[in-house]
Write a protein that binds this ligand. Structure first.
Ligand code: NAP
Length: 248
């Protein structure tokens, strides 16, 4: 029987690369997205081309009703997910803390932290062997920003990823005895659209000389680490982090 994977923010960037790689490895794939339906459709077409089932659900992870609907639709059309990738994440325009208002801080934390917690909760409710489930694995997409702090760019985003790291450690311990592994990846500077949200689409080109490997990473390189953490190859790995950052 094929496995079902649910990937939040699977229409573009790291989430889309993870969705395609999961389809190639034999998963049926459910992705969520917020706005970009054409990109989500292209991901679905590719996954169906690999002979797997694929579903896209427009759902904002920051909204509890959307998260409930996302998991219900996944379950109804593909089946209960054995794997969750908490990938959806946002950042806003590069600035210093003195110029950030409360609305921005709430938007960033609502998606990156509350969204991750809500999706993890729905996964645990279905996967936990203590609640009648068959177990599973969760990978959270954190960031090297959680360790580096992102001064002069977005300390709010970095702090939200610090929270993702903490919840990864805590949840791994909480559900470790109920058949669920919880891990995270910390990407460095990766070529995706997210840098445009920060107001600098070519940020990777500016920053890459400071990366020990002297280049930015690809979404596919992050996807491979995520899929390894989800796989049986990582069967004794939980509460762990993989840095996918070229040494930065
Ligand atoms: P991206 O190219 O901007 O793609 C973001 C994806 O998330 C899109 O599919 C977007 O949907 C979706 N999304 C955004 N907000 C959402 C919400 N509230 N609910 C549901 N879906 C939402 O970003 P990315 O670079 O691939 O980033 C993916 C993850 O990696 C994020 O958590 C990010 O923090 C992390 N990360 C990225 C980098 C990097 O350098 N790129 C480095 C470290 C960590 P739409 O297409 O509909 O907009």
């Amino acid at each position: 029987m094929s496995k079902v994977i649910l990937i939040t923010g699977g229409s573009r960037g790291i989430g889309a690369a993870t969705a395609r790689a999961a389809g190639q490895r034999g998963y049926d794939v459910c992705i969520s997205y917020r706005r970009d339906e054409p990109s989500a459709e292209r991901v679905l077409e590719d996954i169906r081309g690999y002979g797997r089932r694929a579903l896209a659900v427009r759902a904002d992870v920051a909204e509890e009703v959307d998260v409930l609907r996302l998991f219900a639709e996944c379950e109804q059309h593909l089946g209960t997910p054995q794997a969750l990738v908490n990938n959806a994440g946002v950042l806003e325009r590069q600035s210093r803390l003195e110029d950030m208002d409360a609305g921005r801080l709430q938007r960033v934390f609502n998606v990156n932290v509350i969204g991750t917690l809500l999706c993890a909760r729905e996964a645990v409710r279905r996967m936990s062997t203590a609640l009648g489930g068959d177990g599973g694995a969760i990978v959270n997409v954190s960031s090297r920003a959680a360790c580096l702090g992102s001064p002069d760019e977005y300390v709010d985003y970095a702090a939200s990823k610090g929270a993702v790291d903490t919840l990864t450690v805590g949840l791994a311990k909480e559900v470790g005895g109920t058949g669920i592994r919880v891990n995270a990846v910390r990407p460095g500077v990766i070529y995706t659209d997210i840098h445009a949200s920060g107001g600098e689409p070519d940020r990777v080109e500016r920053v890459k000389s400071g990366v020990p490997m002297r280049r930015g990473g690809s979404a596919e390189e992050v996807a491979r680490a995520i899929l390894w953490l989800l796989s049986d190859e990582a069967s004794y790995t939980t509460g762990s982090f993989i840095e996918v950052s070229g040494g930065r």
